[in-house]
Design a binder for this molecule. Sequence first.
Ligand SMILES: Cc1cc2nc3c(=O)[nH]c(=O)nc-3n(C[C@H](O)[C@H](O)[C@H](O)COP(=O)(O)OP(=O)(O)OC[C@H]3O[C@@H](n4cnc5c(N)ncnc54)[C@H](O)[C@@H]3O)c2cc1C
Ligand SMILES: NC(=O)c1ccc[n+]([C@@H]2O[C@H](COP(=O)([O-])OP(=O)(O)OC[C@H]3O[C@@H](n4cnc5c(N)ncnc54)[C@H](OP(=O)(O)O)[C@@H]3O)[C@@H](O)[C@H]2O)c1
Length: 473
Amino acid sequence: MTIGTKERPLRVAIIGSGPAGFYCADALLGQTATEVEVDMFDRLPTPYGLVRGGVAPDHQKIKSVIAIYERAAQHENFRFLGNVMLGRDVQVADLVAHYDQIVYAVGNEADRRLGIPGEYLIGVTPATVFVGWYNAHPDYRDATFDFSAKSVAVVGNGNVAVDVARILAQDAEELAATDIASHALSALERSQVRQIHLLGRRGPVQAAFTPAELRELGHLEEADAVVDPREIDLDEGSLAELDASGKNSAAQKNVALLREYATRGKGDKPRKLHFHFLVSPVEFIGDDDGRVRAVRLEKNILVPGSSGGLQAKGTGEFFEIPVQMVLVSIGYRGRPIPGVPFDERKGIIPNTDGCVTDPATGEVVPNQYVAGWAKSGPQGLIGSHKQASGAVAKLVLEDLRDGRVPERDLPDREAIYRLLDERQIDFVTFHDWKILDRVEVNRGQRRGAPRVKFSAIEDMLVIMGKRDHPDWR
Ligand SMILES: Cc1cc2nc3c(=O)[nH]c(=O)nc-3n(C[C@H](O)[C@H](O)[C@H](O)COP(=O)(O)OP(=O)(O)OC[C@H]3O[C@@H](n4cnc5c(N)ncnc54)[C@H](O)[C@@H]3O)c2cc1C
Ligand SMILES: NC(=O)c1ccc[n+]([C@@H]2O[C@H](COP(=O)([O-])OP(=O)(O)OC[C@H]3O[C@@H](n4cnc5c(N)ncnc54)[C@H](OP(=O)(O)O)[C@@H]3O)[C@@H](O)[C@H]2O)c1
């Protein structure tokens, strides 16, 4: 039977239900030349990856992209198999046995570390953990943060650092109307945080945050954006970089905003957001109980880097800022999955334009693909995955068209369900997720929030009718 027909559809497993996975599914199911069946697996019982577990709760509008993903999920050839983790519940060999092709869209779920003394003191936490915690991600629901801290350092100058700083800078009352996790809301209600220090190792021109996010920091109800004019005194190299970036560049807009903040002084709002540029943490200093009490910083200058651009170089001049909490936000990296090739240096699944490659030989692994952050690393907005995952879907279809998908009989479509049942895996369907979705939205109404999320997988499974739980409240 010809693969890609009604009688024998092309069967594709997509691993990961974030933007990359869903845009890929949408592209595969949105064309009519080839009959495709898509099974989308996720290790969580809930879909949408970082749209649910990363995007800041006070940025609800961005989450409206979910409507596009829901449309793909309504397709009759689409199935969601949530609560199934590749490498734990199913192995690559299982997928190869049940599907013609596999697309890995597993994101970059681990964090990057600074590798400096004191990074494991109490109170020093990767932003990944904080973000997951306030977004009710099951992995981080048990994290704890001591908000008796009055002074907090946020390391990094990307949009995640800005998200984290903004959440700390807001009053819990403002956050109550968002889908922030209830445990985070109650903890933040008692927050004593007053000083938030954003630490960038390079200058304002090289900052990775975007103007819209920086602008928001200048309009917070409870916090002033504080910029010491000396912080934005640009060196020659930065001035040249700024000039070359063009009139409407993000760098020009960022610098203009920071210059405007510098004219405002310290302001009179209860919380302060201080911008520090050209500083690198070299040590977190602890007290006798092993809690962070200060960050030791080295001042930097900018020098030409090996790959063009300007890079930070320590000057040998040091100073300290007293802090009782540190959130390290210097980017994400992939987590290796057993049986899936992994590039340890780059933290991604090695690939040539989306075709998975064997790191030892560089050869393409046939009929295995990678999309999203797992393919390119942790950069890019949600919208950027539409085109990029569409291109991966095209490769999938081209490989079929060009005869690179072996003709063989696959087990029937229900066989994967039987396999999961045999292994006693409580997998959930999209229909199950919609039950949970409705309950979360209803709970939200009581708080005046778009939804109140569940964070424990056990609770989610109870709501979905997969588990009895006598003690469940
Ligand atoms: C904190 C944060 C805030 C952000 N805010 C914005 C924003 O406001 N606007 C914007 O445009 N972009 C934002 N982004 C960027 C955006 O979220 C990413 O570009 C996008 O989510 C990446 O999509 P992805 O599908 O590659 O990965 P993800 O969204 O991470 O999805 C990966 C999925 O794979 C699943 N998975 C992982 N491993 C396995 C496994 N072994 N088995 C089964 N499933 C697995 C995960 O559970 C997850 O659902 C933000 C990013 C972060 C980190
Ligand atoms: N609202 C939104 O639209 C939104 C919100 C959140 C995230 N996102 C997107 O998600 C992606 C990831 O965001 P991100 O903030 O995690 O990453 P990012 O944009 O890559 O920023 C990482 C920051 O960490 C710094 N850094 C890296 N290594 C460091 C080190 N060893 N010491 C000190 N600083 C270091 C980087 O500085 P250098 O530049 O010097 O390397 C950079 O300022 C981005 O594309 C972002 O735009 C978007």
